[in-house]
Design a protein around this ligand. Structure first.
Ligand code: UD1
Length: 361
């Protein structure tokens, strides 16, 4: 049984790590299974890629396709061209893609056209916001993939509504949370902790990288001013490369303290001790729900509604008044207490790999 695992951008690495660990265990116990890890090179900075491989004990990829950055079409086309060649040279029974990044969609299309079956880990989630590149990636991937490993029952329903039969949908839980649980005791304070003399529950965290929040300089400036004006404590802001350019034009702020992108173990440390976080990330909504940390999502919708119904997440949309109000509630400590969604228990990868082996046999 030959499996090709695809990873390309930062959040993919956390999702793929427990799958590799579990596959390796099965292989060593005598199951005739081989895997090949393909890094598309969508993310290439050490701070967005290499450090995650080191900290999550991921083996070096068998190949890095070096696709790099570009417009949506340029990047997708490059990943497709390079992956087609690689898959042609290394036959595979199953291509496994995770999440919703351009690499996920690009490699799914390539594999299906080469008549290789595809499994989508984190299949079925939907924001119903077609202005997000990720939503298009999810819809295209799920329209043609063969097997779906889902993080919620809502995702199962979305797939059923799209006409996918039940015997191809497997509700297995959340591999991002497998990684969180496996690493929570290894987290450590980033340099910024000392620099700003941070204390538990006395600072906020901010992450922003969605095109809708950061690409338009005027909108980005308004968002940042709202946050700086309404913060009563330090706001630690690890800055994604996409966000850097427009941030540089803003000058220094009173409460918002930008820093370099953090490694996984440092970021989770910062998150678990924070009073709360403002974000537009998908993964952070899930991590804060499990850590029980208040989360404000600065988007119009979420493809992870269980983090709102069960968890600690609130969606504030693009109204700055709502953002300010949520920050006020967060800082006074009057936030809902969440619970952990079903099957977000640290054992998703075991369920996924068991099922994959069954399907391949
Ligand atoms: C991508 C994913 C997004 C995910 C995010 C996590 C898509 C459509 N988007 O967005 O879902 O949440 O990763 O970070 O796949 N850049 C660097 N170094 C790098 C990579 C990128 O400097 O290693 C800069 C480049 O200027 C590039 C820009 O960041 O143009 C955007 O990178 P890209 O991979 O296109 O998308 P992200 O915004 O990172």
């Amino acid at each position: 049984m030959k499996i090709t695992l695809v990873a390309g951008a930062r959040p993919n690495f956390m999702k793929i790590a427990p799958l590799i660990r579990t596959l390796e265990k099965e292989r060593q116990s005598g199951v005739p299974i081989e895997y090949r890890l393909v890094h598309t090179g969508q993310h290439y900075d050490d701070k967005l890629s290499k450090i995650f491989f080191e900290q999550l004990n991921l083996p070096d990829p068998h190949v890095n396709l070096g696709a790099g950055s570009g417009t949506q079409a340029e990047q997708t086309a490059r990943i497709m061209t390079l992956f087609e060649k690689d898959l042609g040279q290394h036959s595979s029974d199953l291509v496994v893609v995770v999440g919703d990044v351009n690499s996920t969609m690009a490699c799914t299309i390539v594999a299906k056209k080469m008549l290789v079956k595809v499994a989508h880990v984190e299949g079925g989630i939907r924001s119903f916001d077609m202005t997000m590149p990720e939503e298009i990636n999810r819809m295209v991937t799920d329209a043609i993939a063969d097997y779906f490993f889902t993080t919620s029952r809502v995702a199962n329903d979305n797939l059923r509504k799209a006409g996918i039969p039940d015997d191809r949908i497997f509700f297995t839980g959340n591999t991002m949370i497998d990684t969180l649980n496996a690493n929570i005791d290894k987290t450590f304070a980033p340099a910024v902790w000392q620099e700003l003399q941070l204390k538990p529950s006395q600072y906020l965290v901010l992450t922003l990288h969605r095109p809708s929040n950061v690409d338009d300089a005027a909108q980005f400036a308004r968002v940042m001013k709202t946050i700086d004006d309404h913060a009563k404590m330090n706001v630690v802001f690890p800055v994604h490369p996409r966000t850097r350019k427009n941030l540089e034009n803003l000058g220094s702020m009173k409460h918002v303290k930008p820093c370099e992108p953090l490694s996984y173990l440092e970021f989770i440390y910062l998150l678990k001790h924070a009073k709360g976080i403002m974000t537009d990330s998908g993964g952070v909504q899930e991590e804060t729900t499990v850590l029980g940390v208040p989360c404000v999502t600065m988007r119009l919708s979420t493809e992870r509604p269980e983090t709102v119904t069960w968890g600690t997440n609130k969606i504030v949309g693009d109204q700055l008044d709502d953002l300010a109000k949520a920050m006020e509630e967060m800082q006074t400590g009057s936030w809902k207490k969440g619970t952990i969604p079903e099957l977000w228990d640290g054992h998703a990868a075991e369920r996924i790999v068991k099922q994959m082996i069954k399907l391949l046999q």
